[in-house]
Every structure is written in structure tokens, then in C-alpha cells.
Design a protein around this ligand. Structure first.
Ligand code: SF4
Length: 202
């Protein structure tokens, strides 16, 4: 059984550790979805992406033919719920980074979908989410390794894994306008459409 006490504040706020989908078996899925942290529902159920935002995400992906546990698995930047859904600190992200690296190495995804600004900034550096989405598109969805978190960089140094980013699927983010005036949900649909086309060509 996995146990960890590296982050004192998260140990105090969590009910349990939420493991990624790919932790139990040598499960190879072509796509790994990575979010920020477990929320309240995930903390209670011990499973990632089961709350309202998670369900919105699954509906979006399913509408493009991508189904959880068939085409994709889910993980988070940190495995324990921060109190009040605050962002994980840099230290907590560092602490949990080698677990995420292990998840990446175990699952060997062909593509990664980052959900939300925090998850995206861990892989793409600081800056606004829409800028990262546009930069990833321009760079054919390859990471700029100079900006990737040092804990995770080793995975990408040896592989050409395509990386996509979308806004958080919580109602608050989903229905807000992006800087170009469109809804963030429209940005997400556009990215997932391109992502699904990658798998359709295989
Ligand atoms: S967030 Fe990760 S590193 Fe921190 S206590 Fe939880 S499992 Fe351990």
C-alpha cells in the first residue's frame, strides 16, 4: 500500500491519498490526463476526476471518442487534497514530482493532456494559460524542456510525447471568457478535437 508523509499540510488536509489510474497495474493507455490535485469528491472516494469538473472533462473527451481506462488514464500533480482547494505550493509540487515521473514512466503515454493553469505551468513554465496553449500548438505540441519542471524533464528528454493543454473544467473556469472573448470551453473543445485527430490517424 502506498503511503507518504512528505507534505505536512497536505497530510493534515487529506482524507486519503488519491493514486493515479495507472498505479495499480502495468496499464498502458495512449493518453494521460494530468490535473492539479484531488478535490473534495476525489478525497472522499479515493479516485481522481470523479467530481463535477471531472465529469465535465470525461464528457468532453467522450464526445471526441476518448474513453477513460480505454484511451486515457488520469493523474494529478499532487496526490493529496489541499485544504480549500488552494493551489499546491512549489515545495509540494517538488515533493510529489518524482511520483508523477514514475507514473509517466510506467504508463508511457503517447500524448499528455494538461488540465488547468497549474498543471500546465508545471510543464510549460509560468505565464498565462492561453499563451501556453498557443505556444504548444505552434511547437507541434512538443514541450520546451527549458521550461519544464526539473523533476519531470527526464521523461521528455528521451521521448517525443505530444502535450496538449486545456482550461480547468470546473464551472467557474469553463464558462468564463478567455482573452480572445470566446468561452474557455471553446478553447478546450478545439484542443481536444486536435488531440483526438492524433489518435484517429494511428
Ligand atoms: S502530495 Fe505527494 S508527496 Fe505530498 S504527501 Fe501527498 S503523496 Fe506525498
Amino acid at each position: 500500500m502506498f503511503a507518504c508523509y512528505r507534505c505536512p499540510a497536505l497530510c493534515a488536509s487529506r482524507k486519503q491519498i488519491v493514486l493515479p489510474d495507472v498505479s495499480d497495474a502495468m496499464l498502458h493507455l495512449p493518453l494521460l490526463v494530468i490535473g492539479e490535485a484531488p478535490g473534495a469528491d476525489e478525497d472522499v472516494q479515493g479516485r481522481g476526476f470523479v467530481g463535477r469538473a471531472g465529469r465535465t472533462l470525461h464528457r468532453l473527451l467522450e464526445s471526441f471518442g476518448l474513453v477513460r481506462w480505454y484511451q486515457y488514464g488520469c493523474a494529478n500533480i499532487v496526490r493529496c487534497r489541499p485544504e480549500g482547494n488552494r493551489r499546491p505550493t512549489a515545495e509540494e509540487i517538488w515533493n510529489c514530482g518524482d511520483f508523477l515521473l514514475e507514473t509517466l514512466e510506467r504508463s508511457e503515454p503517447e500524448a499528455i493532456l494538461l488540465v488547468g493553469g497549474t498543471a500546465t505551468s508545471v510543464f510549460c513554465g509560468s505565464g498565462p494559460l492561453h499563451t501556453h496553449i498557443v505556444d504548444l500548438r505552434r511547437g507541434d505540441h512538443q514541450l520546451n524542456l527549458d521550461l519544464c519542471h526539473p523533476r519531470l524533464k527526464p521523461f521528455f528528454e528521451q521521448r517525443a510525447v505530444r502535450v496538449f493543454a486545456i482550461p480547468h473544467t470546473s464551472p467557474l473556469s469553463w464558462n468564463r471568457n478567455a482573452p480572445d472573448g470566446r468561452k474557455w470551453s471553446e478553447w478546450a473543445k478545439e484542443e481536444v478535437r486536435v488531440l483526438s485527430a492524433v489518435f484517429a490517424k494511428r
